[in-house]
Design a protein around this ligand. Structure first.
Ligand SMILES: NC(=O)C1=CN([C@@H]2O[C@H](COP(=O)(O)OP(=O)(O)OC[C@H]3O[C@@H](n4cnc5c(N)ncnc54)[C@H](OP(=O)(O)O)[C@@H]3O)[C@@H](O)[C@H]2O)[C@@H](O)CC1
Ligand SMILES: Nc1ncnc2c1ncn2[C@@H]1O[C@H](COP(=O)(O)OP(=O)(O)O)[C@@H](O)[C@H]1O
Length: 470
């Protein structure tokens, strides 16, 4: 609790700008964290006051006593005291309810969260402890009366409610404080990793100065069908912009040459084409399925039997292919494709993205990227959620571009789990950059354009390296 409260004080100090800080302490351990934070803020010379609910929680009682012992002020939390104390406050620290909350929010507390939300709208900022009060840690739904925060300091591991669905929008800027606790506790709490850019930077390949196109990954994009020929082209551009040395699109349709750097091989039919290609030099990695159409299962089954690193996307994401993969395959379903693979409704997918990603991994093996805002990566080592992205990415062709990014990283020698974790972050970062320029009008080609800049942003967060790696 001491580490937790100190982490909250750090986040609040950065926001308060010398203004008065009002801390709200509930009856559970979340309230105890608020008392600890108040003490650390006072020690740093900041003006802090606490309004508290009655508590019998031993650590909360203890930290209330410690707060009083340093001369801290505390009054009973109710509508009248809250109204009075909100006047002139710069920041409210929300320690009313944490992971011990069970919905629905009781009316007495809903009245208080409503008052703080109204105050925030007009006057100041809210920093929530662990989760915004009224948000159930594992549930994406937003119950009536939940607190809207500007920032949330969460402990040990990211909670699903802070990542997915409408509840995530209540958390504001989220930071994770790992706390000095037993690793087993962290594993229990941390349902998924949430890698920083510094962590992603450490995964990305670094080239030698004498790199050439033959060493930067020869990749194939296999897709396209009349009516969906843009999909493999977008994947091809994504692969080029994520650093692939040589990108060849194989298709039985006329794929538009949207950039001259792509090589396009048009085949008359898949069966003879695959017979010929089987005996040709194999690429370093292949992405299959984007706009591929009705022959997707047969084509993909053949390519998977070559046992080269592969990305399986779009039309190739069919239940028939479960069991046909291997360790170096990345499967990239969006929620609709995930529902088709698991034979359930799309609403079941979006209700529990972490559980579904795990279930897909059990079914398919390799690595699964369950796409969304944000995407979840499931692999043998656990779950990982990508940071960032932009709502403007909700437009056709974004997933095709991601497949190109992933195959490029596989082609550059990354393992499938590393390529998936790094690829979704690069794609999301490129989306943030493109979103800043185009807003909801951004299209997949805009995201592809920003991939090089996204790569540079990410590696700038990582360890220093030789110039050609930067
Ligand atoms: N390793 C750890 O675990 C660490 C945990 N830490 C911290 O502990 C927090 C969890 O603490 P917790 O378990 O005491 O629960 P907490 O969120 O304070 O809520 C309990 C209170 O909520 C109330 N209440 C519940 N439902 C309600 C409703 N619908 N409507 C209204 N009230 C409702 C309930 O009231 P009661 O039912 O008792 O009347 C009780 O007063 C966690 O989020 C983190 O901040 C850190 O210190 C770091 C280490
Ligand atoms: N709101 C969002 N925030 C972050 N990423 C998003 C958001 N909406 C979509 N994306 C990303 O865009 C991509 C969409 O993929 P997909 O639905 O397969 O597109 P398509 O099939 O049209 O190529 C995924 O990588 C997804 O993570």
């Amino acid at each position: 609790m001491e580490d937790a409260g100190r982490a909250v004080a750090d986040a609040v100090s950065a926001r308060a700008g010398g203004g008065r800080i009002l801390l709200l302490a509930g009856g559970g351990a979340n309230g105890g964290d608020a008392f600890v934070a108040a003490r650390h803020l006072m020690v740093r010379g900041m003006e802090a006051a606490v309004l508290a609910r009655p508590s019998t929680h031993p650590l909360t009682v203890l930290n209330r006593r410690r707060w009083r012992a340093v001369g801290g002020a505390v009054a009973a939390l109710g509508p009248a005291t809250l109204r009075r104390e909100l006047r002139g406050a710069a920041v409210v620290v929300d320690g009313l309810l944490g992971t011990g909350f069970t919905p629905p929010l009781r009316p007495a507390l809903a009245e208080l969260t409503g008052m703080v939300n109204a105050w925030r709208h007009a006057a100041g900022q809210v920093v929530s402890i662990d989760v915004p009060s009224g948000v159930h840690a594992t549930d994406a739904h937003v119950p009536d009366g939940a607190m809207q925060a500007d920032a949330t300091v969460t402990f040990m591991g990211i909670k699903p409610a802070l990542l997915f669905g409408p509840a995530a929008a209540l958390a504001g800027e989220v930071t994770v404080a790992p706390l000095s606790v037993m690793p087993a506790w962290i594993e229990q709490e941390a349902l998924a990793a949430w890698p920083t850019d510094a962590r992603v930077a450490a995964l990305l390949p670094r080239r030698h100065a004498d790199a050439h196109k033959g060493t930067a990954g020869r990749v194939w994009i296999v897709g396209g069908h009349p009516g969906t020929t843009g999909a493999p082209a977008l994947a091809g551009v994504g692969a080029l912009r994520a650093g692939a040395g040589l990108v060849t699109v194989h298709s039985t349709a006329d794929v538009p040459l949207i950039t001259a750097e792509l090589m396009v091989r048009r085949h008359a039919a898949w069966t003879p084409a695959l017979t010929r290609l089987r005996d040709a030099p194999r690429p370093d990695a292949v992405a299959v399925g984007m706009g591929l159409g009705p022959e997707a299962v047969a084509v993909t089954r053949e390519l998977l039997s070559w046992e080269i690193p592969a990305v399986v996307d779009a039309d190739a994401l069919q239940p028939d292919l479960a069991g046909a993969g291997h360790d170096r395959v990345i499967w990239t379903p969006h929620p609709g494709e995930a529902a088709r693979l698991l034979g359930c409704a799309t609403t079941e997918i979006t209700a529990d993205p972490l559980g579904i990603a795990r279930a897909l991994h059990d079914r398919l093996g390799g690595v699964v990227v369950l796409k969304g805002g944000p995407s979840v990566v499931a692999h043998a080592g656990g779950l990982s959620v990508a940071r960032g992205g932009h709502p403007g990415m909700a437009s056709a062709g974004m997933g095709d571009t991601l497949s190109g990014v992933l195959v490029a990283l596989l082609g550059q020698g990354m393992t499938a789990p590393d390529a998936a974790v790094a690829g979704v972050r690069l794609h999301a970062r490129a989306g943030e950059r493109a979103g800043a320029a185009h807003g909801y009008g951004l299209i997949a080609s805009d995201v592809a354009q920003e991939l090089g800049g996204a790569w540079m942003d990410v590696i700038r967060s990582g360890p220093a390296g030789p110039w050609y790696g930067r």
